[in-house]
Design a protein around this ligand. Sequence first.
Ligand SMILES: N[C@@H](CCC(=O)N[C@@H](CS)C(=O)NCC(=O)O)C(=O)O
Length: 234
Amino acid sequence: MEPVLFYGVPHGCSFGSIVALEWLGQPYRLGRIDMLSPSRSEAFSKISPLGATPALLMEDGEALTESLAILQNIAKRDLGKRLGFAQDTREFDRLNRVLSFLHTDFHSAFASAWSAYKLAEDDPRREVLRELARDKAARCYSHLQEMIAGKEWLMGDTKTVADAYFVGIARWGEDLGLFDLNSEYPRLYEYKQRLEADKGVIFAHAIEDGEPAQSSGGFLGHVDLDTIGSRLAA
Ligand SMILES: N[C@@H](CCC(=O)N[C@@H](CS)C(=O)NCC(=O)O)C(=O)O
């Protein structure tokens, strides 16, 4: 049985894992999770005990959570695609460094702004939380702009899972109304636009938006969460 990636809407960080699966080109299915819904199905709670996405249900019924683990799992399925690197190489260490930065610094920089998003419009805590996120994320955007200088992709001349993960998170600055990337970080914006023109990225947007999506990879359709329980390892 092909792997199933559970992705979250709206605009989850799982976007990067969808893009990576498209770039890999091997058969897979998707499961859709509404992150704004207060409850999760029993089957999904077994797959992802914290209720978070992404989660990857693998061929043998074991579930893998955490973006970094999932992205490395996708990359190692065909190292010839160069979405990632063999573990005993310097490139592997460099990719891990970039992925860790993207997760622990960049992704987490937005946490307080997402908390603010869930508060009432007139809640006085909103602006404090948003300002905190803006400060932290600004440092990350600057660092990323330096990182991409003179390179086509984050790891150099090959697109990797780091680029896939980046594009799902970088949009949050504008989603949350905190940044205008084009005017504030023009070189980074240009890199992001190059990714936005990629077929896998266009596909992932269509999937999130619930629109007809043209896979150039191995997308076989969505799974029904009610029937997934039988695939879970004991
Ligand atoms: N440590 C996890 C965090 C994933 C995460 O933050 N997922 C968010 C979406 S970007 C989510 O599922 N939020 C909804 C929830 O936790 O209920 C990872 O890196 O995969």
